[in-house]
Every structure is written in structure tokens, then in C-alpha cells.
Design a protein around this ligand. Structure first.
Ligand code: 13P
Ligand code: SF4
Length: 348
């Protein structure tokens, strides 16, 4: 008969094997895969988190850029920012643990205000969301009266509250096309703004895009030379990129789309080698899902997303610090909710 300690060890080992079954093809670093030893180290945490989740009626929503131990060990759902916003909106759990960055957790709270929303990473920023304030948007809009304003979901609640419609990388082109007028304000991604202009011209519905803000500090690092290098080193490769990349890079790629869009592109393709101009976490998800395909990733890690870990997820569930509890001022939340709901309406 097993002693209590033996039982615990057997449970940990069983959980480690479950994780290893999912992660054995997944890169931990550029040169290393997840090992059984890594999974043995993660298992006590995933077991404890899953137990606390059951006890507290909590769900874990994890962005695909968080680490595979979170995505495969404890997440009830992982996906891109649009899919996660949908999940948060419809969640019936008492607690939503959002492994992502602050603007994503804030969006979850805005969409489902009666829930307790926790973010393990605390006030994890985003170079886009942090590039502009609500006051900046108001000033920009006053310079262009009558022009509709779209905001990328990678923005603060105040910025969303000051705009007409929120968009994500998955629906930005379609929503921009549906908006009335020949001009549009789009904040806070200057590179995506140029991609919108290019895509609307390609579709035969050109619009002038007025923008302000910054860029994603991960995706703005890719250059046309990286696409050329991938093609030279891997003949026949399909190169995919996120629309936060420079338009000169996007113009050279086989597919440009959201995190979810890139996953769909790979799943529906018969090609076997893909160049990934995006964050490492998405590469990890694809490696786990398509072990027979090859994913070549030059570089690109979001340090904000990687602030989420098993340790701070457990700690947030047990005893959240004030900076891990998401609150949004009522008046801002109400106005921001309108622009997010408008997005859902226009995405139907
Ligand atoms: P997705 O909408 O594709 O999840 O993008 C979010 C993001 O932060 C990309 O850098
Ligand atoms: Fe923000 Fe870029 Fe990180 Fe996405 S990858 S959260 S846009 S800094």
C-alpha cells in the first residue's frame, strides 16, 4: 500500500508525464526542448493550481504568448486577444485568472464586471498600450472632427473609452473597411495603421488612416532581410507575420494575420515548413499541435507576456497582491465597453 508521500510522488509523476506528452516537441529555448525533468519541476505547481481552480470556481485564460507550462498545464482556454475577450465575456466562473498583459485582463473585467479578475503578472505593460493615453486620443480627435476612431485592443481602457470601435488583429481590416467615410483614425499602432491603408487599397476600398502612438517592441524588429534570409535558407518555406510588423515586411510574406489567423493558416496548409515572424509562444503552440511540421523562428520574445509564471499564477489564486487584482473606474469601463461591444457587433 502507498504511503501519503508515495501517493503524492505518484501523482506528481503522472502529471509530469501528462505534461511531457504535450510538450516533448516544444522548444523551451532556441536550442532546447522541454524535458521530462522540466515537467517534473512544473507538475507540483500545475496540480496545486488546478486544485485551487476547482475550489474557487476559477478559470485560467492564457494568451498564446505565455509559456507552454501555463498554456498546457493550467489554462482552460488559450488563444489570441479576440478569442480571449470572447471567452472572458461569456465566462460563468467566479474568478477569471488572465495570464496575459494588463490591457487584456482589463478588457476581461470590462466585459464581465461582476467577476473577480486576476492577472498573475501584475501590471504587465505592452509597448503599444503604453504609448498613448485617453487624453492623447481626445486631442487627436479634436484635430480631425467628424472622423471615426478605431482603437486596437492593445490599448488602455481610457483609450478604448475615447474611441468609437475597438478592433483586434483578427478583425481590423474587415472593420476598417466597414466604417463609413474616406478617413479613419486608428491608434495606437503606427505600423498596423500603414498595413490597414495597404490592405484597404488592395481591396479597392482605399481610406486615409490617421494614426498616432507607437509600435510593438517585438514585431517592429523584423526587417525584409529576415524574410529573404528565411527563403534563402529554407527553399519552399511559407513565411507568416503579424500585422504589427512593418508593411515592408508584410508585403514579402505569404500570410499576414492575427495569432489565431496564423494558427488557422498552418492548420489548413499542406506545406511543412513555416517561417514565423512573431512571438515565440505561438511557435510553441504550433510545435505542440503539429509535430510533423517545421517552424523556423528567427527571434522575438515578449518580456511582458513572459512575466506570467506557474509560481505567480498559484500565488495570485492563493493570496493576490493588489496589483494582481484588476479594477476599472466605472465611467471609463462603461465607455470602453461600448467600443468593445461595437467590435463584437461588427465581427458577426
Ligand atoms: P493577437 O490579437 O494576435 O493575440 O495579438 C496580440 C498581441 O499582443 C500581438 O502582439
Ligand atoms: Fe504588446 Fe508586442 Fe507584447 Fe503583444 S507582443 S503584448 S503588442 S509588446
Amino acid at each position: 500500500m502507498l504511503t501519503t508521500t508515495d501517493e503524492k510522488e505518484a501523482l506528481v509523476l503522472k502529471e509530469a508525464h501528462r505534461l511531457y506528452g504535450l510538450l516533448c516537441h516544444v522548444s523551451k529555448t532556441k536550442s532546447e526542448k522541454w524535458s521530462l525533468q522540466d515537467c517534473i519541476a512544473a507538475a507540483p505547481y500545475t496540480l496545486a493550481i488546478n486544485r485551487f481552480k476547482r475550489e474557487q470556481n476559477a478559470v485560467v485564460l492564457a494568451h498564446s504568448y505565455t509559456t507552454p507550462d501555463l498554456v498546457y498545464g493550467v489554462a482552460d482556454f488559450s488563444g489570441d486577444s479576440f478569442q480571449l475577450a470572447q471567452q472572458a465575456k461569456q465566462s460563468s466562473a467566479s474568478v477569471i485568472v488572465f495570464a496575459g498583459v494588463w490591457f487584456m485582463a482589463e478588457t476581461a473585467k470590462i466585459l464581465n464586471p461582476s467577476k473577480k479578475v486576476l492577472i498573475p503578472a501584475g501590471k504587465a505593460g505592452c509597448s503599444l498600450a503604453d504609448s498613448m493615453t485617453g487624453e492623447d486620443v481626445k486631442k487627436l480627435r479634436s484635430q480631425h472632427p467628424g472622423v471615426s476612431a478605431l482603437c486596437y485592443i492593445n490599448s488602455s481602457a481610457e483609450v478604448k473609452a475615447a474611441c468609437d470601435v475597438c478592433v483586434t488583429s483578427g478583425n481590423v481590416f474587415d472593420i476598417a473597411q466597414k466604417m463609413p467615410g474616406k478617413e479613419l483614425i486608428f491608434v495606437p499602432d503606427l505600423l498596423m495603421a500603414k498595413n490597414i491603408e495597404d490592405e484597404l487599397s488592395r481591396r479597392g476600398t482605399p481610406k486615409k488612416i490617421i494614426s498616432s502612438g507607437g509600435s510593438c517592441c517585438v514585431h517592429d524588429k523584423y526587417r525584409p532581410e529576415h524574410v529573404e534570409m528565411l527563403r534563402r535558407q529554407h527553399p519552399g518555406i511559407k513565411v507568416v507575420a503579424h500585422p504589427e510588423c512593418d508593411s515592408d515586411v508584410c508585403a514579402l510574406c505569404d500570410y499576414v494575420g492575427s495569432t489565431g489567423g496564423m494558427m488557422k493558416y498552418v492548420s489548413s496548409s499542406t506545406d511543412t515548413c513555416f517561417g514565423m515572424l512573431t512571438e515565440f509562444g505561438l511557435v510553441n503552440r504550433l510545435e505542440a499541435q503539429y509535430p510533423d511540421k517545421e517552424f523556423v523562428w528567427p527571434f522575438g520574445v515578449c518580456s511582458y507576456m513572459k512575466k506570467n509564471s506557474l509560481i505567480n499564477t498559484l500565488q495570485a489564486l492563493v493570496e493576490p497582491r493588489p496589483d494582481q487584482v484588476v479594477e476599472v473606474t466605472q465611467s471609463v469601463a462603461d465607455a470602453a465597453q461600448k467600443s468593445i461591444h461595437k467590435m463584437f457587433e461588427l465581427t458577426k
